[in-house]
Every structure is written in structure tokens, then in C-alpha cells.
Ligand binder design. Structure first.
Ligand code: NAP
Length: 313
């Protein structure tokens, strides 16, 4: 069994390499997803000691949670798996609004429990902030659910630094999830230092910049999914980013590993980041990403990578 890391002040201990599951039944994000492959990603993860699964109501919507729940039930080892899910999206017909009200979050947790076929959710995040609900009140509702055993830890995602501070007024936040990768380092300005000071685990999403930092894309590639609108994937910027990835390949070759292992290992050297949730499209990627845990980066490596992807102001 590999090393386990603690999420914030919670009693959750996880493999630092988890699995992001927005490509498990996330039909609204990726067209033509095969659900059997999605289930196999989850199965492969759990069978290879990856015990941290990251899902959300909105992936599908609903379908990712359902498929994750099916596989965990099939394998029969619920207590060995740490399931994180998220809610805040409320559908009114075809319209979707963000709602952090205590009443909505309470209902959202119940609905996630049903889809996941479980009695408790290990980590529940408010997925996005709404404009109206005081954030400590929203978190208070989750604390009540924690008190009755429906969730085990509280997280927030996509909150600004001020919203995070308000949410954490009573010290109840264990995990913050936000976009962070070598191409988007804004979180280094305020959110990462705040998480470090307050013993909140920061879990970066899009750690591989949706695949761009995994080292296999070429400049002639085009995309028909959520990547087609992402800034990192546009024209000259895309080419420039791929040139940087080639510099990472030199470090990877020296160590006998692949590009994603170096990229993922670098995050784990950052203060407050102790767990990662790379996504995957096939089971080989799930297993491959575990090699990250074999990488040791020297101070020189860390600075070199920092220099290649210079910090944004
Ligand atoms: P990501 O982790 O940056 O990139 C994952 C993609 O990289 C894979 O789908 C695969 O794409 C490629 N890849 C992964 N491992 C690889 C390997 N070893 N070798 C080569 N290619 C590899 O992006 P993500 O999955 O969108 O984000 C991670 C997780 O964060 C999500 O699954 C989700 O759980 C979470 N998330 C949360 C939020 C939020 O608002 N809180 C938002 C977005 C995502 P290809 O095979 O297509 O190249």
C-alpha cells in the first residue's frame, strides 16, 4: 500500500494521486463518452490503490455520480474509498442557476447520496459560489450534515479569496478545490498561502491543463470538446505552451519517466497541495499517473520548472 495523506483537519487519508471523474459519464463536457470505459476507469483506480474519487452532480449531469456509485458498490469496499462530490447547480427547466442556500445544499446532498448509493459522502464541496448566500451560513448547513454523519468533510470550490475566508470563518473548511496548473498559477497569489496558513488542502483541478501538459499533443491537433474554447488551446498560445512542455520532456527523459509525472510531482512540492485528481480517458492513463509517486524532484528541478512556466503577476 502506498503512502496516505490527510485532507485538511479531516479524518480522511488518501493516496496523493486520486482520480478526477468528469470524463466518467460527463456527457455534457465530452461528447461520445463510453460509459463502460468510464466505469473501467473507476474500477482500475480502486484496484490499483487509488482511493480518492472526485465527482460532481454537474458531470453528466448526475451520470458521473451514478457510475461511480455503481462501481464502488460492485467492488464492495465502500469504506476503503474516499468519495468527493460537489453541488450548487440548480436546474429550473433548461435554465441552471447556482444556489448555496442551506435548504438547497441539504437537498443536493440527499440527492447525491441516492445517486452514489451510499449512506455518507466523504467530502462534500460547494461547487461554485452564488451571489447571495453568506458563505459561513452555507458552510453551517454542511456542518449540520456532518454532525449527523451524512458527510465527513467540507470543501469549497471556485471561491474567491474573500469568499473562502468568509466560508472558513469558523475554521470548518478542510479542502479548497480550484483551477491551478503550470499554465495558470493565479492561486499562488492569495489562495495557496491562505490554505497553507489554515491547514486547508488545496486540490488543483485541470492539473494537466486538460491533457495539454501530459506531453502527447502536437501543434496540428484540434479539439471538439470543452478544450476548443480554453485559452491555453488557442492558436499561437497553444503552440507556445507545447514548446514549454518539450522542455519538461528533457527533465522527464533524464529521470526515465514521462512528462505528466514531472508535472504532477511538481505540484506536490507546492505548499498546501498534498493531493491531485488528474482525469483520464483510458485505464492505462489511470495506472500511468501513479508513477508520479516514484519521482523525486531536486531543488534545481523545481526551480527549473518554475522558470519554464514563469509565475503570472
Ligand atoms: P486534467 O486532469 O488536467 O487532464 C486530464 C486529461 O489529461 C485526461 O482526460 C487525458 O486526456 C489526459 N491524461 C491524463 N493522464 C494522462 C497520461 N498519463 N498520459 C497522457 N495523457 C493523460 O483535466 P480534468 O480531468 O478536466 O480535471 C481533473 C479533475 O478535476 C476532473 O476530472 C474533475 O474531477 C475536476 N474538476 C473540477 C472542477 C471544479 O470546478 N471544481 C472543474 C474541472 C475539473 P486525453 O487522453 O484526451 O489527452
Amino acid at each position: 500500500m502506498t503512502v496516505r495523506t490527510q485532507l485538511g483537519n479531516s479524518d480522511l487519508y488518501i493516496n496523493p494521486i486520486g482520480l478526477g471523474t468528469n470524463a466518467v459519464g460527463g456527457h455534457n463536457l465530452y461528447p461520445n463518452l463510453d460509459e463502460e470505459v468510464g466505469k473501467d476507469l473507476v474500477r482500475t483506480a480502486i484496484k490499483n490503490d487509488i482511493n480518492f474519487l472526485d465527482t460532481a452532480f454537474i458531470y453528466g449531469p448526475e451520470r458521473s455520480e451514478e457510475l461511480v456509485g455503481q462501481v464502488v458498490k460492485e467492488l464492495g469496499n465502500r469504506e476503503d474509498v474516499v468519495i468527493a462530490t460537489k453541488g450548487a447547480h440548480k436546474f429550473n427547466g433548461d435554465d441552471v442557476v447556482i444556489d448555496n442556500s442551506p435548504a438547497f445544499l441539504t437537498k443536493a446532498v440527499e440527492a447525491s447520496l441516492t445517486r452514489l448509493q451510499t449512506d455518507y459522502i466523504d467530502l462534500y464541496y460547494i461547487h461554485f459560489p452564488d451571489e447571495d448566500t453568506p458563505k459561513d451560513e452555507a458552510v453551517g448547513a454542511l456542518q449540520e450534515l456532518k454532525d449527523v454523519g451524512k458527510i465527513r468533510a467540507i470543501g469549497v470550490s471556485n471561491f474567491s479569496i474573500d469568499q473562502l475566508k468568509e466560508a472558513n470563518k469558523n475554521g470548518l473548511i478542510d479542502v479548497y478545490q480550484g483551477e491551478y496548473n503550470l499554465l495558470n498559477r493565479e492561486a499562488e497569489n492569495e489562495i495557496l498561502p491562505y490554505c497553507k496558513e489554515n491547514n486547508i488542502s488545496f486540490i488543483p483541478y485541470f492539473p494537466l491543463a486538460s491533457g495539454l501538459l501530459a506531453g502527447k499533443y502536437t501543434k496540428d491537433m484540434t479539439f471538439d470538446d470543452l478544450r476548443k474554447d480554453m485559452p491555453h488551446f488557442q492558436g499561437r498560445q497553444f503552440e507556445h505552451n507545447l514548446d514549454k512542455v518539450e522542455q519538461i520532456r528533457e527533465i522527464a527523459d533524464d529521470k526515465g519517466v514521462d512528462v505528466p509525472h514531472i508535472v504532477l510531482a511538481w505540484y506536490l512540492t507546492q505548499p498546501a497541495i498534498n493531493a491531485l485528481i488528474p482525469g483520464a480517458k483510458n485505464p492505462d492513463q489511470v495506472i500511468n499517473n501513479l508513477k508520479t509517486l516514484d519521482v523525486t524532484l531536486t531543488e534545481h528541478d523545481i526551480e527549473r520548472i518554475d522558470g519554464i512556466f514563469k509565475k503570472q503577476a
